[in-house]
Design a binder for this molecule. Structure first.
Ligand code: IMP
Ligand code: MG
Length: 180
């Protein structure tokens, strides 16, 4: 790779200062603490920083959902690939997601988790592409609204690459078919 295929959209510094604000808002809304449920794999970086920005008691769990495969557009199909480790009935649950695009993933996940009777269920998403929504999703906390561009970095991938970029970047040069 001779040229970087990415352009910075949100710097690492802006990400961290916005996460501090989100943590303060969550502290205020959940004085008794909250269970953070991160969606694998993209939300892991956000989860790690958000959990440390919250000063109330926090527990974490993970859920796996597949929606995109190796393509840049949603297949429209969603399936659970890893379930939570523990029951959530009676708990205050905050789903931690990296980005909301069509809304298909989160509307599916919310319907699955609601059936388990949590005391409350809300969503925090680092990024939101509202122009792309096809299913309505009620998001309690949003880090940044971004335009309809494909982004990578800070946990977000294209075909499993770029997750380790510190900044959130627009993928400008489509890398083409993945060679494995
Ligand atoms: P949705 O179901 O269309 O809302 O898609 C949500 C999921 O698609 C996210 O959890 C991401 O894994 C992935 N996704 C959506 N947009 C992007 C993007 O711009 N970059 C990387 N992944 C994305
Ligand atoms: Mg995801």
């Amino acid at each position: 790779m001779t040229e970087s295929p990415t352009r910075i959209l949100v710097t690492a510094d802006r990400i961290q200062s916005r996460i501090r604000e989100l943590g303060a808002a969550i502290d205020k809304d959940y004085p008794n603490g909250v269970l953070l449920v991160a969606i694998l794999k993209g939300a892991c970086f956000f989860l790690a920083d958000l959990a440390r920005a919250i000063t109330r008691p926090v527990r974490i769990d993970f859920i796996g959902i597949s929606s995109y495969g190796k393509s840049k557009t949603s297949s429209g199909e969603v399936k659970l690939t890893k379930d939570l480790d523990s029951a959530i009935d009676g708990l205050d649950v905050l789903v931690v997601e990296d980005i909301i695009d069509s809304g298909i993933t989160l509307s599916y996940l919310v319907s699955v988790l609601e059936q388990r009777k949590p005391r409350s269920l809300r969503i925090v998403a680092l990024l939101d592409k509202p122009d792309r929504r096809v299913r309505p999703v009620d998001v309690a906390y949003v880090g940044f609204q971004i335009p309809d561009e494909f982004v990578v970095g800070y946990g977000l991938d294209y075909a499993e690459s770029y997750r380790n970029l510190a900044d959130i970047c627009v993928l400008e040069v489509p890398p083409g078919p993945v060679v494995r």
